[in-house]
Design a protein around this ligand. Structure first.
Ligand code: SF4
Ligand code: SF4
Length: 522
């Protein structure tokens, strides 16, 4: 059946009016009318439907400066310059039976690519949801599948203030030096650079025409609806979880936060991240499957709950189930080391079925970061340590050496790659590493490539991600000092020893929930 796509150009609207704009477009589709609207937003942070603002945004910079608006679509969070183009389109879902999220994202992206081509800009799709021109990102596509409506959104920055972006988002990007900003700038291609003399009317009309193929009919311009800018709801500061687990997937980082009752059964579960496509009921269903169960049963509960493959963009059913195993692994460590400590330990295994006890028992190598050595120490940028007794790294060296473990200070990123290659060559099965969670999340491919299992102890203090000095850090020039917990390091080694001696019975786990901290301090 041929249906006309009604579209409008809503001009510039306050960011706080964006939810009303979304609702107006969706309402049309709910009545069976495909609709699209293009607006230009004032300065704001536009966060995905499932994002945790504490993990996605630098709240210390954002709060009080500009509004934070939550989209109805999932996916990552964005820092928008004033005038960024936002497309919202909605289609009655029954008109497209059986279509999955990946199909919709690709169709909307192809429509955008077609529209940009009519304006002389050649782009391509870059999975999972970006459009790139000369390998620089110029647009992102987001889709939500509601029971009766498919909501499609795209954001095309006209200008992009990279410094603002770095300050707004908790992305592990480059430092704010001239070179760092230049490198980050090279990753984006805002429309204003691609089409310097952009006709403000041309792109919305081209987008509508391109999208009309999804409506299977022509596009007709209509008057924009009247929308009201309501004050955005205040961002809640979430209660710290008792236990948190995370997994980096091709569809983004997925987080599972758990709150426990006094018997340590799961009282509440929350899923978050830059996830696209989940129908809202999916998360509620997964959370309900966990409530009342021991953490050790989380993996089995999720497997039973997720009989069919859920429709998520580049996130598989196995990823969701594996998060249950990761949570159980942290809880196992928490029973022995305390929950608050376990939240600072990340399990990495190239084999998802690997048992945490087996991983611990395999550890024969220690990797320590140079950034935890004092800035004044002459060993800071060298491998080794004479254990002068003046820092936690020296304590760690002592604990490792008394067990006969191989210990190395990683002095820069290339050194890490070389050390991992050497470990692979010598057949190392597992190591205990110390690094910040941000580094692990950004550079996980180095560990995946090496294929060696590891436990990572999170460091605190002044990490280079918090200070936005990652490039210096990778090159071994980071001057601030991170803090490593030598006591916890020793406790993990003690636990390894006990596991090797088959004596890893849990100790009494006190109710430490009041003091528990989230492992992921994003
Ligand atoms: S213990 Fe080692 S790393 Fe720490 S200050 Fe002394 S020499 Fe430097
Ligand atoms: S990324 Fe920076 S803070 Fe993190 S471990 Fe490496 S040098 Fe330290």
């Amino acid at each position: 059946m041929s249906v006309t796509l009604h579209w409008y150009d809503g001009g510039t609207i306050p960011a706080a009016a964006f939810p009303a704009h979304e609702a107006a477009v969706m309402q049309k589709a709910l009545c069976g009318q495909p609709a699209a609207g293009v607006v230009r937003l004032a300065r704001c942070a536009l966060i995905g439907a499932h994002e945790d603002p504490a993990r996605a945004l630098r709240r210390s910079y954002v709060d009080g400066r500009f509004p934070v608006i939550r989209r109805r679509t999932g996916g990552g969070s964005l820092s928008l310059d004033p005038g960024s183009l936002c497309l919202v389109a909605a289609f009655p879902r029954p008109d497209h039976p059986g279509r999955r999220i990946a199909w919709w994202v690709r169709c909307v992206a192809d429509s955008l690519i077609g529209a940009l081509a009519t304006l002389g800009v050649a782009c391509r799709f870059d999975a999972p949801n970006d459009i790139v021109c000369d390998e620089r990102k110029c647009a992102s596509v987001f889709v939500a599948l509601e029971p009766d409506v498919v909501l499609c959104e795209a954001v095309l920055p006209v200008t992009l203030d990279i410094e603002e972006l770095l300050k707004t988002l908790r992305l592990p990007l480059e430092k704010l030096s001239a070179a760092g900003l230049q490198a980050a700038r090279g990753r984006f291609a805002p429309l204003g650079e691609l089409i310097p003399a952009i006709d403000p009317d041309a792109l919305p009309a081209a987008l509508a025409t391109a999208l009309s193929s999804l409506a299977k009919g022509p596009a007709r311009r209509v008057e924009p609806p009247t929308t009201t800018a309501l004050p955005p709801p205040a961002l809640q500061t979430a209660e710290s979880a008792d236990l948190a687990a995370f997994l980096k997937t091709p569809g983004g980082v997925l987080y599972l936060d758990l709150w426990l009752d006094s018997d340590h059964a799961i009282r509440r579960a929350r899923w978050s991240g830059a996830i696209q496509g989940a129908e809202s009921a999916l998360f509620a269903r997964m959370s309900a499957s966990l409530v009342g169960r021991p953490v050790a049963a989380a993996e089995a509960a999720l497997a039973a709950c997720l009989e069919a493959t859920p429709d998520l963009l580049h996130i598989e059913r196995e990823d969701l189930v594996y998060l249950g195993r990761l949570a159980a692994g942290r809880y196992w460590l928490g029973e022995r080391l305390g929950l608050d400590h376990a939240n600072h330990i990340t399990v990495f295994s190239p084999h998802r079925g690997q048992d945490i006890e087996a991983l611990l028992a395999d550890i024969d190598t220690i990797l320590l970061p140079y950034c935890a050595k004092p800035a004044w120490c002459k060993w800071r940028h060298r491998d080794g340590c004479p254990e002068c007794g003046r820092c936690a790294v020296g304590d760690a060296y002592g604990l490792a050496r008394e067990r006969g473990l191989q210990v190395t200070t990683i002095t820069n990123y290339e050194h890490l790659r070389a050390v991992l290659s050497a470990l692979v060559a010598q057949g190392t099965r597992a190591f205990l590493g110390v690094c910040c969670t941000d580094f692990f999340l950004k550079r996980d491919y180095a560990f995946i490539e090496a294929g060696i299992a590891a436990l990572f102890l999170d460091i605190g203090g002044e990490t280079c991600y918090a200070l936005r000095a990652e490039e210096d850090a990778y090159a071994g020039r980071f001057t601030a000092e991170a803090v490593m917990d030598a006591t916890l390091f020793g406790q993990v080694l003690d636990l390894r020893d006990r596991v090797r001696d088959h004596k890893s019975a849990p100790r009494h786990l006190p109710d430490r929930r009041k003091h528990a901290r989230s492992a992921i301090k994003h």
